[in-house]
Design a binder for this molecule. Structure first.
Ligand SMILES: *Cc1c(COP(=O)(O)O)cnc(C)c1O
Length: 397
């Protein structure tokens, strides 16, 4: 029998879809002109990039002139945060507010700024993995330059009250950036209605290629240019445009945002079946709120198993999953996100993240729910830690 193959790691990356690839292909060999060139081959690509910018803007409720193409989510986060810090330090504002469970592209950027004289407030998150607008309001000071709070968490899928935080920041005259890399295509986004000043997104999380992303910068938010050189991206980020990537990003974003309600309606019941099914295993817990949660995210701690071993065995059954974030796998430190929820190390270590897209089927769900208990049994059977827990009758969750 052939093993079923299930890709359950869409939060790490996604495949380029056929439609996106088809949109990109002409720009490799036929329409290869440099958008800055004068002849038609160049000008046509200049128009194609302009058109892509307008389409990306339309998907976010932004103006085309507010969209800047970058090389991905990490670059967009770095530009927004360091840019705001640089711009506002000149006005004596050296305080940044963020949360403890941001992606490392945000956290490590903030830590870098701390070494350069900035003060950073890391808001704690609730045991459910949420921050409140009130926490943000209470942390804002005279010298606050920027609030940066992620839209949806990449590990536990919790969705933050972005519009409320945006409103508070606007009222208090503080710039608000959000890393929306995981939210795009899963949550309706309108940067104007939600009072977002800067927003990061990354193509490879919604079926565009790796290495292309965008930063929305609201008109009136003046941050320094990122890359100095030619006049591309209105002179803000120099370098010949990644034309195929930009075309792919725009097409993928249109597809991802065209029926978000339908995706939520389809995926939520499947996700909940998975959550309820896995939670039937003894000593397991759901990480992150069930309600304020991405429709494709499952994150469960399973006491007595080790995350990496679980992933390896699941891979043998054709299930590609993750434990914590892909960026930190390879290190033995438990995920900072799970620790921020108050989990002890032993519990955080045995965590499983499954992340899905529309192609998930009922058969996939059944197969996963059939496989996981078998794998957990096998691992617990070999675990000295589980043996001790059972002997002492301890409950860790
Ligand atoms: C993947 C991810 C990033 C990084 O995006 P890249 O394009 O891989 O640099 C940043 N933030 C979040 C929340 C992510 O999930």
């Amino acid at each position: 029998m052939e093993t079923r193959q299930i890709y359950a790691d869409h939060a790490a990356t996604t495949a380029v879809s056929d439609e996106v690839l088809a949109a990109m292909l002409p720009y490799f060999q036929t329409n290869y002109g440099n958008p800055s060139s004068i002849y038609a081959l160049g000008r046509e690509n200049e128009r194609a990039v302009m058109d892509a910018r307008a389409r990306v803007a339309a998907c976010l409720g932004a103006q085309p002139s507010e969209i800047f193409f970058t090389a991905g989510g990490s670059e967009s986060d770095n530009w927004a945060i360091k840019g705001a810090a640089d711009a506002l330090a000149a006005k004596g504002k050296r305080h940044i507010i963020t949360t403890v469970f941001e992606h490392h592209a945000v956290l490590h950027t903030c830590e870098f700024l701390e070494k350069h004289g900035f003060e950073v407030t890391y808001l704690p998150v609730s045991p459910e993995g949420l921050v409140t607008a009130q926490q943000v309001a209470d942390a804002i000071r005279e010298d606050t330059a920027l609030v940066t709070v992620m839209y949806a968490n990449n590990e536990i899928g919790t969705i933050q009250p972005i519009a409320e935080i945006g409103q508070i920041c606007r009222e208090r005259g503080v710039w608000f950036h959000t890393d929306a890399v995981q939210a795009v295509g899963n949550v309706p986004i309108d940067v104007k209605a939600q009072n977002i000043d800067m927003l990061s997104l990354s193509g490879h999380k919604f079926h565009a290629p790796k290495g292309v992303g965008a930063l929305y910068i609201r008109k009136g938010v003046r941050i320094p240019n990122l890359i100095h050189g030619g006049g591309q991206e209105a002179g803000r980020r120099a370098g010949t445009e990644n034309v195929p990537g930009i075309i792919g990003l725009a097409r993928a974003l249109e597809i991802a945002t065209q029926d978000i309600e339908g995706k939520i309606a389809y995926l939520t019941p499947l996700r909940d079946q998975l959550i309820d099914g896995i939670l039937k295993i003894d000593q397991t817990r759901l990480n992150g709120s069930r309600e304020a949660r991405l429709c494709g995210n499952v994150n469960i701690s399973i006491v007595g198993v080790e995350g990496e071993s679980l992933l390896l065995l699941l891979d043998g059954f054709g299930i590609r999953a993750s434990s914590g974030s892909a960026c930190t796998s390879g290190s033995l430190d438990p995920s900072h996100v799970l620790l921020s929820l108050g989990l002890i190390h032993e519990v955080a270590h045995g965590s499983l993240r499954l992340s899905f897209d529309r192609d998930l089927t009922q058969e996939d769900v059944d197969y996963i729910l059939d496989t996981i208990p078998k794998v957990v049994d096998r691992l617990r059977g070999m675990s000295p830690m589980w043996e001790t827990i059972c002997k002492e009758g301890k409950r860790l969750v």
